[in-house]
Write a protein that binds this ligand. Structure first.
Ligand code: HEC
Length: 206
């Protein structure tokens, strides 16, 4: 009886390994972003991402003043670096992002599913193989907490409030070159360049 169980287990293991090797080396699996993930793959990726974020964020302490963080700075960073992909209340994401797979989710919906420490970790480190960039190499933790607080507030923000922030924050404090800060024609290329900018040495000491 035990022998049969062991033999069955080993057979299944070998079969699973065989399928894995076939999928990896035959090239039949379609990695095109235009192909929807099959439901099993989608589920596996989602669970892996969720558990990874929970695990890595478990020792991060949320600052005591999280609720009263600098909205203006958080907004400036969001409007420069994130809105192109994620959109915002009353703002559509840029068209090219509809070709990403997974599509960048609407954070006004998704932000509530995460605790502040988890949001902070996702924003700082990004999600590999998804298009979601990590910004920790170019931004100080303080800035990332301000941005995190802003993202956590998105579910309660109206399109009018977002538009008002855009009005108030012109010209943006985020750009490295003030001459480029005309906000209305946001240039995504600059924003992405910003993400990979060298670390702000002065910021890091804060
Ligand atoms: C190039 C496009 C792109 C940019 C720019 C981008 N993101 Fe993302 N983001 C994504 C994608 C794609 C996902 C989905 C990742 C996944 O589910 O595996 C994501 C996921 C997230 C999540 C997790 C939401 C969830 O429940 O899946 C948060 C939070 C987030 N992004 C915040 C930000 C912030 C803040 C910025 C700006 C610093 C930003 N993102 C910039 C593409 C982008």
């Amino acid at each position: 009886m035990i022998k049969t169980a062991v033999a069955t287990f080993l057979f299944l293991l070998a079969a699973a390994l065989g399928v894995l090797i076939y999928v990896m080396f035959s090239g039949v699996y379609n990695i095109a972003a235009t192909e929807p993930h099959n439901p099993l793959m989608k589920w596996a990726l989602h669970i892996t991402m969720k558990n990874s974020v929970e695990h890595h964020a478990k020792d991060i302490e949320t600052p005591a003043d999280f609720e009263e963080r600098e909205t203006a700075e958080g907004f400036a960073h969001f409007d420069e670096m994130c809105v192109a992909c994620h959109g915002a209340p009353g703002v559509e994401p840029l068209h090219f992002t509809r070709g990403l797979n997974p599509e960048p989710p609407d954070l006004a919906e998704k932000a509530k599913e995460w605790k502040p420490a988890q949001l902070h970790w996702i924003i700082a480190h990004g999600v590999s193989m998804s298009g979601m960039p990590g910004i920790i190499n170019a931004h100080a933790k303080q800035e990332i907490w301000n941005l995190t607080a802003f993202v956590a507030d998105l579910p309660d923000m109206t399109p009018q409030e977002y538009a008002r922030l855009r009005e108030q924050t012109k010209p943006s404090g985020h750009r490295h070159d003030p001459a480029e800060s005309a906000h209305d024609d946001a240039k995504p290329a600059d924003d992405l360049e910003d993400l990979f900018a060298a670390p702000h040495e002065a910021d890091r000491e804060r």
